[in-house]
Design a protein around this ligand. Structure first.
Ligand code: BYC
Length: 326
């Protein structure tokens, strides 16, 4: 997908065993790999894939919540939601920058998204039907993201790892505001209780899918773990999330939509019933509840922003012309 930018670097580098051994020794010592450093092209390719998809997720992730800014029930909630959605735009910026350090251009990455070649998180292909969805996204979706991103803050690639540190701090605020909303609604009027129960019922399974397929069906995990990009697997992170969330939600009187959910004394884990992976693959292939709506919104935003890109380009050209000696 990013052939030109990725393959132009260090041709035949994998055929140099000494460089590869040195690279892997650095990772084993816990050193960060930085943009100008030698790296295998597959390491670069994997990072561009993951970081650009992550950036797209942040930007597409603004849509479900952005839709509720004008409908927030109080000024305080509106301010919080605006700040959160603005943070997601900032996260997208840090991440696109991190991917640019690997040689991918912003245009290539955005084209890949708009042409449907690049993925973004499955979770953003579900609609936000009620105000309770906003609290649920904050607690569950941002909570799942933090679980995954705390791991990525320790990843071997310096720019991604540093972006993650800052993003995680902001995500913690997002999670807390969501948790506060869920707690309040779960202790509110019968209508509010029903609304939050309905939202958790709809978001529970899609949130578990966010962590990606089971380890046995995850083709990228082995190489990502070998090179210190992921330090924990999809299933490990998902299990930690389930163990954290189940007791908290049950304590609020919320029922999870899983008749098989039970605590296993031996492993000390909450065990869920089977995840509907057919649904997951359908959603990431473009056939989720609101995939088409999300992509239409992104394409419109891109088209509407054309005059800004043209103005910036004209300004840059003018500056360059003025800097030229007469
Ligand atoms: N959605 O080999 P696997 C946020 C794809 S933003 C879509 O396990 P990997 C927030 C996967 O890409 C949170 N696709 O992949 C924002 C692969 O296909 P390709 C976003 C998924 O990379 C705004 C195939 O399935 N976080 O929280 O080892 C507001 C096989 O999977 C998904 C990140 O992006 C999915 N859920 O592991 C609020 C974190 N899962 O690419 C909140 C960075 C899997 O080979 N990314 N696929 O064609 C990662 O940590 C990893 O890429 C994943 C997947 C854990 C997501």
């Amino acid at each position: 997908m990013y052939g030109a930018s990725v393959d132009d670097f260090d041709l035949d580098q994998e055929e140099n065993p000494e460089q590869l051994a040195n690279f892997e020794a650095r990772i084993a010592r816990g050193e960060k790999i930085e943009p100008g450093d030698w790296m295998p092209s597959e390491y670069r390719r994997q990072l561009i894939r993951m970081i650009s998809q992550h950036a797209h997720s942040e930007v597409v992730g603004m849509l479900p919540e952005g839709a509720w800014i004008t409908k927030a029930p109080t000024l305080r909630r509106k301010l919080i939601l605006i700040a959160k959605v603005q943070d997601e735009a900032g996260h997208g910026q840090y991440l696109y920058h991190a991917a640019e350090t690997l040689g991918a251009t912003r245009e290539e990455m955005l084209d890949a998204l708009l042409e449907g070649k690049a993925k973004y998180s499955s979770i953003f292909n579900y609609p936000t039907l009620t105000w309770a969805d906003i609290g649920t996204i904050g607690w569950l979706v941002d909570g799942a993201a933090i679980m995954n991103q705390t791991m990525l803050a320790r990843c071997s690639y310096g720019p991604y790892s540093r972006a993650m540190v800052r993003i995680c701090m902001e995500e913690n605020f997002h999670k807390k505001q969501g948790q506060e909303m869920v707690i309040l609604l779960s202790q509110g009027t019968p209508d509010q209780k029903a609304m939050i129960q309905d939202a958790i019922t709809r978001w529970w399974w899609p949130t578990l899918m966010m962590f990606g397929p089971h380890d046995s069906d995850s083709p990228n995990t082995p190489i990502l773990q070998k090179w210190g990009i992921k330090t924990r697997s999809n299933d490990e992170l998902r299990q930690d999330f389930i163990n954290q969330l189940v007791p908290d939600l049950q304590a609020l009187g919320i029922t999870l939509p899983d008749p098989d959910l039970h605590y296993d004394d031996e492993s000390e884990n909450w065990i869920t019933g089977p995840i509907d992976w057919d649904e997951f693959w359908r959603v990431i292939k473009g056939d989720g509840p609101v995939n088409k709506e999300r992509m239409a919104a992104r394409r419109k935003a891109h088209d509407d922003g054309l005059w800004v890109r043209e103005a910036l380009q004209a300004y840059a050209e003018k500056q360059a012309a003025e800097a030229m000696p007469a």
